[in-house]
Design a protein around this ligand. Structure first.
Ligand code: FAD
Length: 418
């Protein structure tokens, strides 16, 4: 397979771009795999990649009901950061950002990681006090986040409004300079190509419709799919908003709810915004893509749903928040809107690890913030599937925490999730 490089680009350009290899195969499913991953999003594909790379497990299939990256991984607003409050979250997400920093080279795929920084503005004394507590806790956890005053916030983002009498004056904020954006499709394609290269079968248009279990032991024996039955003793489920449906097929319930989360892109503008800006009070965050469009998001729609559409009042709230934050965007036209279905636990932390069914492993509950978690999620989930023991970085995110009341309550610490 071609090694992607400047040299390969030039050579193929001179050849009329007719000789590029297919990036990954489209094999027919085999009757048996050592491990099957349901869900061809970032987490499923990263898991397959690390199973092959770190554990030598290559007789692995990723089953995707549509096309890879067609779920939340191809629908998100691409923000990668690690400014989490609890030590368990900080350790996990900071490791994920570190993996992202070397991922382009590891996958031989340009994932376009732009560490442009993220500024979360504060509009009141109360918010400044809250951010001070967050930043101190993050510093104790070794996460590099700083507080800045209003002047410095405006220097970092000169187009922020400057009205001190506004309902939402900008008094300061917290900044993570290592944060930024990553091209989401590239993460999917990079993991898919690298996993395929090591022998993983990526099977698209292959919805899982049932999960078979041994009547005596209850252990997983295989899955029923749109392309026939596939036997396996190790099943990893990474289907985001559809996790409760897969759990239902296996005969147990998950403490998760699925909601639509929307994203919006504007018409392209000349470069005006070279940092990610977020405001919890205004319920909006925004960055500018390489193509010039503003990419914005906000809070999830306020009711549970599997409908991948999103409602108009949430769209209006996000647009109003943007204009309150940066009034000069008031005449910018939105070009596109879409939604993904995200699954939340009530502490807003993921559920990753073992399940009540032997041989079935869970990777879900990422809510609106699991894109940044993909490399660490894949690495730790692969470890868990390969060894049947939860990786130390994810022990706190076990399903058992709801039984043991050991929540990692990021919901209390987070303002707006992205
Ligand atoms: C609008 C929006 C903005 C977001 N912004 C950010 C952000 O800025 N930063 C961030 O960190 N996170 C963000 N997120 C969250 C992030 O996108 C997700 O947490 C992450 O992509 C989840 O990855 P995944 O691989 O688990 O799920 P997905 O990418 O959704 O993949 C799951 C796959 O499973 C497949 N599937 C479902 N059921 C079946 C079945 N029965 N059989 C086979 N396949 C099945 C689906 O088709 C899908 O492709 C955002 C999400 C949305 C929707």
């Amino acid at each position: 397979m071609t090694h992607y490089s400047a040299f390969a680009l030039v050579r193929n350009a001179l050849g009329g771009n007719r000789h590029w290899d297919q990036a990954w195969r489209s094999p027919a499913p085999k009757p048996h795999y050592d491990a099957v991953i349901v869900g061809g999003g970032g987490h499923g594909l990263a898991t397959a990649y690390y199973l092959a790379k770190n554990h030598g497990l290559t007789n692995v299939a990723v089953l995707e009901k549509g096309w890879i990256g067609g779920g939340n991984t191809g629908r998100n607003t691409t923000i990668v950061r690690s400014d989490y409050y609890y030590p368990q979250s900080a350790a996990f997400f900071d490791h994920s950002v570190s993996l992202y920093e070397g991922l382009g080279r590891a996958l031989n795929f340009n994932i376009m990681f732009s560490q442009r920084g993220m500024l979360t503005v504060a509009h009141s004394r109360g918010e400044i006090d809250f951010q001070r507590r967050l930043v101190n806790a993050m510093a104790l956890n070794g996460v590099d986040v700083e507080l800045v005053g209003g002047g410095e916030a405006r220097r970092m983002c000169p187009i922020l409004h400057t009205d001190p009498d506004s309902r939402h004056p900008i008094l300061g904020g917290m900044v993570q300079r290592r944060a930024g954006t990553v091209r989401h499709d590239a993460v999917v394609w990079g993991f898919a190509r690298a996993a395929d290269r090591m022998g993983v079968d990526i099977i698209q248009n292959c919805a899982v419709t049932g999960i078979d279990r041994d009547p005596a032991t209850g252990a997983v024996t295989g899955v029923r799919t749109a392309q026939g039955r596939i036997a396996t003793g190790r099943l990893g489920v990474a289907v985001a908003g559809h996790s409760t449906m897969l759990a239902d097929m296996a005969g147990f319930r998950l403490p998760l709810r699925s909601y639509a989360l929307q994203a919006f892109v504007s018409e392209p503008l000349k470069p005006v915004l070279d940092i990610v800006v977020s405001s919890a009070a205004l319920g909006v965050y925004v960055s500018q893509s390489d193509k010039g469009g503003l990419v914005l998001g906000g809070n999830a729609d306020p009711y549970a749903s599997y409908a991948q559409r999103g409602n108009v009042p949430t769209m209006e709230a996000v647009a109003a928040g943007l204009v309150a934050l940066i009034p000069s965007f008031g005449r910018v036209k939105l070009l596109r809107q879409w939604a993904g279905i995200v699954d939340y636990a009530h502490d807003s932390s993921p559920v990753i690890g073992l399940s009540p069914v032997p041989g079935l492993f869970l990777n879900c509950g990422w809510g609106g913030g699991g894109f940044k978690a993909i490399p660490a999620g894949g690495e730790t989930f692969a470890h868990t599937i390969a060894t049947a023991e939860p990786h130390p970085l994810i022990r706190a995110f076990a399903l058992d925490r709801f039984r043991d009341m050991a929540l990692v309550d990021e919901a209390a610490a987070a303002g707006i999730e992205h």
